[in-house]
Design a binder for this molecule. Structure first.
Ligand SMILES: Cc1ncc(COP(=O)(O)O)c(C=O)c1O
Length: 403
């Protein structure tokens, strides 16, 4: 059957498949059903805090310890927050934006965005009026030479977004030398420069023995830039994506100042949720075995993506990332046709992340990148969705118009 006939078949098959967001699937959520049982009527944290009541913006000790474990930080550097690290990132940058406005009124702050990257980082910048500049990757992570030159030449560049492990969407893990250069980076700026270190996939390995990430805080402390690094992580893809626990890790000075900024907004985060997470993950061993159970569910899905895309790669139609963890596979089409492929897939009932979403302002300058999120659909749906996607890529490579 030729490619147009195959596509026609999909058009009439009434499919309704979704490869958009990196959501845990129901089997993954089931792994954390034991969270509720950890409370069993006992709401008192180990330091005597009644978690049902107001107070304690920094969080309870059990939760701060878990954040420390995830981010390789001392618990005293950790704020345990609510259910979303994105909220903490937004609050953190809202705070810094205020400071930048006070320091240099009327100057538009700029941020470096490693592309392709995480769309919601970019929408935070857009909402806060921070102008975004694209920078690329090489196989060691962000292109440090370009980044260092840009930061040296522009004091109004106020920071950089980093997803240092199993990056969204490319799966990059930053090389230790890249981490060291990022820890030094704030010294190249005459202004207040922040490294936003979003370690969302810190423990989300798909392989055993994934290389460990260098400790950016230890390196920053050596470099004297520790006040310039902001760590973030959450359990959104460890326990419940909608009811997990988020963390922020900062130097003592920054933590105090950020806490002061938050005081008018709240009296404290949800400490009952903090308690159930702290009890559920008592130590590194319980976290490790929990993540191995996630790995078992996710690995076949990621392998299926690789299998399904290998023919297209061999045919020179795409290049693809082969991540060792995280939630995404990044696909680059050889021909500038991401918009067309996504439209074709949509018409055939397969929803993909909108073209351009992995770039600031939704603008992929080459119209080539597609982000695939294989975690949520079951194997059968994923298989079908990938068949449709590959069909659309082949069709777009041979035609110019939509059906
Ligand atoms: C890099 C990255 N950071 C943060 C998040 C969302 O984190 P949270 O659910 O804690 O807000 C995601 C979700 O896809 C992500 O990929």
């Amino acid at each position: 059957m030729d490619i147009d006939d195959r596509y026609q078949q999909y058009l009439t098959a009434g499919l309704k498949l979704d490869l958009t967001r990196g959501k845990p699937c129901p089997e993954q959520l089931t792994l954390s059903e034991g969270l509720d049982a950890t409370i069993a009527g006992d709401y008192i944290a180990e330091d005597g805090t009644d978690t049902r009541n107001y107070g304690g913006i920094l969080g309870i000790p059990e939760a701060r310890r878990l954040g420390g474990l995830l981010m390789s930080l001392d618990p005293s550097s950790v704020m345990a927050g609510g259910n979303s690290s994105l909220t903490l990132m937004h609050q953190f940058l809202a705070w810094r934006s205020q400071l930048w406005q006070d320091q240099t009124p009327g100057v538009t702050p700029k941020f470096l965005c490693v592309v392709p990257g995480y769309d919601r980082h970019f929408t935070i910048c857009e909402q806060l009026g921070i102008e975004m500049l694209n920078v690329g990757f090489d196989d060691r992570g962000p292109d440090m030479q370009t980044i260092e030159a840009l930061v040296e030449a522009n004091d109004d560049i106020r920071g950089i977004w980093c997803v240092p492990k199993h990056s969204n969407p490319t799966g990059h893990c930053y090389h230790p030398e890249t981490v060291a250069r990022l820890a030094e980076l704030p010294k190249r700026s005459a202004g207040d420069f922040i490294v936003m270190w979003d370690n969302a996939y810190a423990v989300h390995d798909l392989v055993t023995n994934a290389p460990p990430l260098a400790n950016v805080l230890a390196l920053a402390t050596e470099a004297g830039t520790q006040d310039q690094i902001a760590h973030f992580a959450s359990t959104s893809k460890i326990t419940f994506a909608g009811a997990g626990l988020a963390f922020c890790g900062l130097s003592p000075r920054s933590l105090k100042a950020f806490e002061t900024f938050l005081v008018p907004q709240m009296i404290g985060f949800d400490k009952v949720n903090q308690l159930r997470h702290g009890r559920f993950f008592k130590d590194a061993t319980s976290l490790k075995s929990h993540m191995e159970a996630h790995q078992k569910i996710l690995l076949p899905k990621f392998e299926l993506v690789q299998t399904k895309l290998s023919d297209l790669t061999r045919a020179g139609l795409v290049t693809r990332s082969q991540p060792e963890g995280g939630y995404f596979v990044s696909l680059d089409l050889t021909r500038a046709s991401a918009k067309q492929v996504i439209e074709l897939a949509k018409a055939a009932g397969v929803t993909l992340t909108p073209a351009g979403a992995t770039f600031p302002y939704g603008l992929d300058p080459q119209d080539k990148n597609i982000r695939i999120a294989p975690s949520f659909p079951d194997m059968m749906a994923l298989d079908q969705a990938l068949d449709v996607l590959t069909c659309c890529i082949v069709k777009a490579s041979t035609s110019t118009g939509l059906p």
